[in-house]
Design a protein around this ligand. Structure first.
Ligand code: HEC
Ligand code: HEC
Ligand code: HEC
Ligand code: HEC
Ligand code: HEC
Length: 222
């Protein structure tokens, strides 16, 4: 280093001047990002573990999916082929309730809906922000069971959110999916357990079916 030159020029050679706008932009953008994080990232809508809204009909999964053993796909019949898992139309309920408990006051809203043709106003439990893309079929067909994300719905009288639907939660599994994989024909079997260490068993499934959950931003923000 020559006399007269300052240490700054030594530590930050001239070309770093080009980076100045970038550094300035970063200093501005970092707090902006933190604001976004606080506004959306921590929004109660997605982090609502334990959320269980009161539904217009006291319909119980513990009774129908648990005790009676009706398969999830009988009612949520698009879950393997579409992004969204459809809720059943009133007709599906009436397949049984035209005869079973046909005068029960608990089924009044169901009978009214059937008579008027207006859908039952079910209240949504899980709800990602609109800027996130999620797809059921991409998971279910690759062997990620309902229970991995929704918990033991077959024991719930009222459906309750059991996981924070945060970006970190999605990414944890995308980076290390092994212990969450099962044969695709077992996805609705809520009490299924891996025949050996889930990590080892999942590794075999992952290789056999070439499962590689993407982690690039475009996967979930498109
Ligand atoms: C596997 C899915 C997935 C991937 C991949 C993903 N995100 Fe997200 N991201 C989410 C979800 C879900 C949320 C909503 C989180 C919430 O509301 O708590 C989110 C929220 C966000 C937010 C809002 C603030 C926050 O942190 O909650 C930003 C910004 C964001 N993502 C940026 C990115 C960037 C940049 C990448 C790529 C490096 C990326 N995401 C990759 C699922 C994903
Ligand atoms: C007889 C029909 C029926 C069967 C069988 C059924 N469900 Fe449902 N499911 C419904 C109805 C109706 C709702 C909307 C009311 C509610 O949330 O309880 C619903 C809601 C849900 C929700 C919450 C949706 C939201 O708003 O976020 C999840 C998750 C769910 N079901 C998962 C399952 C799983 C997993 C199974 C199999 C173990 C299953 N369901 C079996 C009828 C059914
Ligand atoms: C990888 C995680 C994951 C798996 C596996 C999964 N779900 Fe979901 N489910 C979600 C998320 C996240 C939402 C909220 C989606 C949104 O807000 O767009 C959701 C929403 C739902 C809904 C409300 C309607 C909708 O699509 O938004 C129903 C019903 C449902 N799931 C049923 C099921 C059933 C039945 C299975 C198994 C056959 C299943 N889910 C498997 C994560 C999952
Ligand atoms: C496969 C047949 C079947 C289907 C489909 C079905 N249920 Fe049921 N449901 C039953 C049976 C069986 C009972 C228990 C009757 C008893 O306790 O004697 C029952 C009980 C009920 C009860 C309690 C009634 C009372 O008086 O205690 C409600 C509420 C109910 N179902 C709502 C629904 C709704 C809403 C749907 C559509 C989303 C639906 N059920 C679909 C068979 C069915
Ligand atoms: C329990 C594990 C698990 C969780 C939780 C999970 N995923 Fe996935 N995801 C997977 C697996 C496994 C695949 C399939 C990868 C493959 O087909 O190679 C996948 C695939 C996807 C795909 C399709 C990618 C493509 O282009 O093929 C999207 C989109 C996606 N996940 C979004 C999400 C979002 C958003 C969340 C959180 C709300 C989430 N996932 C949570 C395991 C998970």
């Amino acid at each position: 280093m020559k006399r007269g030159e300052n240490w700054g020029a030594f530590v930050f050679p001239k070309w770093t001047n080009l980076l100045r706008p970038v550094l300035a932009a970063t200093l501005v953008l970092v707090p902006a990002y933190v604001v976004v994080l606080l506004a959306y990232g921590a929004s109660p809508r997605t982090t609502n573990v334990g959320y269980r809204p009161v539904q217009p009909v006291p319909y119980s999964h513990a009774l129908h999916a648990g005790q009676l053993g009706i398969d999830c796909r009988y009612c949520h019949n698009t879950v393997e082929v579409a992004a969204h898992a459809a809720l059943p139309p009133t007709q599906t309920c009436m397949n049984c309730h035209a005869r079973i408990r046909s005068t029960s006051p608990k089924l009044l809203v169901v009978r009214e809906s059937y008579a008027t043709g207006l859908p039952i106003p079910w209240v949504r439990v899980h709800d990602l922000p609109d800027y996130v893309y999620f797809n059921h079929s991409a998971h279910v067909r690759r062997g990620v069971g309902c229970v991995e994300c929704h918990g033991r719905v077959d024991t719930m009288d009222v459906v309750t959110q059991v996981h924070r639907l945060s970006m970190g939660w999605c990414l944890d599994c995308h980076r290390h999916p092994e212990p969450h994989l099962r044969p695709p024909d077992m996805v609705t079997k809520m009490d299924w357990v891996a025949p050996e260490d889930p990590d080892v068993y999942g590794k075999t499934l992952r290789q056999a079916n070439n499962i590689n959950p993407p982690t690039d931003c475009w996967t979930c923000h498109r």
